[in-house]
Design a protein around this ligand. Structure first.
Ligand SMILES: Cc1ncc(COP(=O)(O)O)c(C=O)c1O
Length: 461
């Protein structure tokens, strides 16, 4: 690395997020220079298939001209305005209308923010507001799930079940609880059916609620498919049982659709795929195909009525962000939703999903692979030392990172989450590109396998 290279300047100036800082200081970063379709090129000219769509978000790939044009047009027309103090602008109104038109039944109003974390933060605040208005201010506790990922603001990271993001930060905040992770493959008992496993998960949630006191619980959050936890699909019947428990104790349910929203699971919403009936829905990422930072929180009738009542009591609805509902972001999101409709992106996901899921499942017999599971265009491949007994690799072996490294060498960007390899390619991926993605994955798996034969006890660098 030469002293004035981009890589050296990067090390000398930039803090990378969710990164081992010593490792970055030593090895530098892969700097992505440009993109086209489902592919990106790094600063050295190496090409990759981006099988994570960046961070589960670049649904239309990396070269959608219409989104750039929409941003440019809006910047010339009205580059900034806000929605505080009864002011507004056309793109925010049109986007809110459009979202409600495509939302699952029951959503009544939309609040805009800039990130998924902020949308979930707002949902937590609204859950507290709701119970205050109901005369039950003692209902403050928020339940998430082990390995759930809801963001990085102080509240949304507390809600996330990700101990490595709490460590050292004095987090989680008190009053944030985590119930079991529904990874059927990893956590089911021998011979247990998916339905029985789902029931056990719901029983465990109920036991937590009863132990804490139902009149202390405000809300439960869940991603329809857990993303940052490892692309974990819920087992059959799981959400039916979970929702029955929530109804029994009148606990608000927030569906975090930040990854699943806008077609990822083969329906517009993960809530459609799993028959969820949430009180609020947070969404972001694919809302703008990631071309602009924007998120939305949609609220159902009972939460909206509580907001109106709180505003009456306190003189205003005391919440908002300078850039929430930014006109350029709204214009880009609107254009994104138009493209989804015109190109029937949800239908496309359903068409290519079998090639995607079967292509990955073809590696189920690979010596490193224990399980392959997914829905639509999201899948997780779990690596296992011993498939029959479901014995994981010792964490120190870094098998997931070895596979991720092998894939990158083969020109494929995937994400190792522990020993689960996550795939969420752009929604525009076609069958040819899926075939190439799977071929490169096979190369990555083989490279990791060979590396482990040569140096079985070395942790991945
Ligand atoms: C399900 C889910 N919720 C919330 C977030 C946080 O979104 P952001 O990083 O935009 O704050 C993420 C980020 O990956 C996510 O996957």
């Amino acid at each position: 690395m030469t002293p004035n290279s981009l890589h050296a300047r990067d090390i000398a100036s930039l803090v990378h997020q969710q990164t081992n800082l010593d490792q970055h200081a030593r090895d530098g970063a892969v700097i992505i220079a440009r993109g086209e379709g489902c592919r990106v090129w790094d600063s050295e000219g190496k090409q990759y298939i981006e099988a994570m769509a960046g961070l589960w978000c670049a649904s239309l790939g990396f070269s959608e001209r219409r989104l750039a044009d929409a941003a440019h047009r809006q910047m010339l027309e009205l580059p900034y305005y806000h929605t505080f103090f009864q002011k507004g602008h056309t793109p925010a109104v049109e986007l809110a209308e459009k979202l409600l038109a495509v939302a699952p039944a029951g959503m009544e109003r939309v609040l805009f923010q800039c990130s998924g974390s902020e949308a979930n933060d707002a949902a937590i605040k609204l859950a507290w507001l709701y119970w205050g208005v109901q005369g039950q201010p003692g209902r403050t506790k928020i339940i998430g799930r082990v390995r759930g990922y809801h963001g990085n603001t102080v509240a949304s990271v507390s809600l996330s079940g990700q101990p490595h993001m709490h460590a050292g930060f004095n987090l989680p905040l008190p009053g944030f609880l985590h119930t079991d992770n529904p990874n059927f493959y990893r956590s089911s008992h021998d011979g247990e059916t998916e339905e029985a496993f789902g029931e056990r998960m719901a029983d465990s949630l109920e036991a937590l609620i009863v132990a804490e006191g139902p009149d202390t619980i405000a809300a439960f959050f869940a991603e329809p498919v857990q993303g940052g936890g490892g692309a974990i699909t819920p087992p059959r019947g799981y959400f039916d049982r979970i929702q029955a428990v929530l109804r029994k104790y009148d606990i608000l349910f927030i569906a975090d659709e930040v990854i699943c929203g806008f077609g990822r699971t083969g329906n517009m919403w993960g809530s459609d795929t799993y028959a969820l009936q949430p009180d609020m829905i947070s969404c972001a990422k694919q809302l703008s195909a990631a071309y602009q930072p924007i998120s939305a929180l949609m609220v159902g009738a009972r939460v909206h009525e509580a907001m109106l009542e709180a505003s009456r009591r306190h003189g205003s609805f005391g919440h908002g962000y300078t850039y929430g509902g930014h006109p350029v972001a709204c214009a880009v999101a609107l254009e994104t939703l138009r493209i989804y409709e015109e190109r029937d992106i949800v239908g496309h996901v359903r068409t290519v999903a079998p090639a995607f899921l079967d292509g990955l499942a073809a590696y189920a017999d690979h010596p490193l692979v224990g399980d392959v599971r997914g829905v639509g265009l999201i899948a997780g491949v779990e690596l296992m030392a011993d498939k029959a007994s479901r014995t994981p690799f010792p964490p120190g072996l870094g098998v997931g990172l070895r596979v991720q490294g092998g894939c990158e060498a083969a020109g494929l960007i995937v994400r190792a989450i522990g020993d689960r390899i996550a795939f969420t390619p752009p929604l525009i991926i076609d069958e040819g590109e899926i075939g190439e993605m799977c071929r490169r994955f096979g190369q990555g798996l083989d490279a990791a396998w060979c590396g482990m034969q040569a140096a079985p006890s070395l942790a991945a660098e």
